[in-house]
Design a protein around this ligand. Structure first.
Ligand code: NI
Length: 257
């Protein structure tokens, strides 16, 4: 069964047909979904999805876009929600210098990233990282934490090159691979996927965003991961069934499902 390790089904893009869509997942070969929190206000929506659907689990945390709105209270709330029995990770957390260019913002992002990594450690949960245009700072923070002892993690929507991939793979972390790998111009990511061992890859949609070919630009959903699995299979010269089976095992092992 397909394991979507990173989705946003609380997004308003699913308001019209969320229930029908989610109830059709099983017949479309999707066995497990992790819904990742992004904004502060929407964390409860992930909890509601986890409670309603047996195959949905949650990652709780706040995206770097919202770092400047976080307070001690937000961190307490993340700590609280991390106690839920279906919370399997802390995420998505990290650094985004693409949308935020100011040095001051970077400082706040780093502080909140570390505070949430502390919660992951405290709760013995894996972390799920968003990192865009912030390769060096992300790597140095993750390295420090892993060196001092963490419980595994995923670099979500991995967008850096082979050298950076090697750093994370050597730490035993997983790379989250989504729709981008099906794009013709995604040379860098294709190289990473060909290079990385299959036991350290997980599938993810980041839906409603990041639809694979042939649905690029349309609303994404977990069953489209079959196209991502096919692209990985082609790059590695193995069957799509093997990619789906191994990435399912990877997800279950890392997230203790
Ligand atoms: Ni995401």
């Amino acid at each position: 069964m397909i394991f979507d390790t990173h989705a946003h089904y609380d997004d308003t893009a699913f308001d019209q047909d969320r229930e029908t869509l989610l109830f059709s997942m099983k017949e479309n070969g999707v066995g497990y979904i992790v819904n990742a929190c992004a904004s502060i206000e929407d964390m409860e929506k992930t909890i509601a999805l986890m409670e309603k659907y047996p195959f949905i689990y949650g990652a709780v945390g706040v995206h770097p876009d919202d770092a400047d709105k976080m307070t001690q209270e937000t961190l307490e709330k993340i700590r609280d929600l991390s106690m839920h029995k279906k919370t399997v990770a802390i995420g998505e957390i990290g650094l985004d210098y693409y949308w935020h260019k100011e040095k001051e913002e970077h400082c706040i992002q780093k502080e909140m990233f570390c505070a949430q990594m502390d919660i992951a450690r405290e709760r013995k949960l894996p972390f799920m990282i968003h990192s865009r245009d912030a390769a060096e700072d992300t790597l140095s923070i993750v390295r420090e934490y892993v060196k001092a002892g963490m419980y595994g993690g995923i670099i979500h929507c991995f967008s850096y090159g082979k050298e950076m991939a090697k750093e994370y793979l050597d730490m035993g972390l997983f790379l989250g691979i989504g729709g981008v790998v099906t794009f013709k111009n995604a040379r860098k990511l294709k190289e990473v996927v060909a290079y990385a061992p299959l036991d350290q890859l997980v599938l993810e949609t980041d839906c409603p965003y990041m639809s694979p070919e042939p649905y690029r630009g349309k609303r994404n959903a977990s069953h489209n991961l079959v196209y991502v699995a096919q692209a990985i299979a082609d790059l590695k010269g193995i069957s799509v069934d093997e990619v789906i089976a191994v990435t399912e095992e990877n997800g279950k092992k890392l997230l203790h499902i």
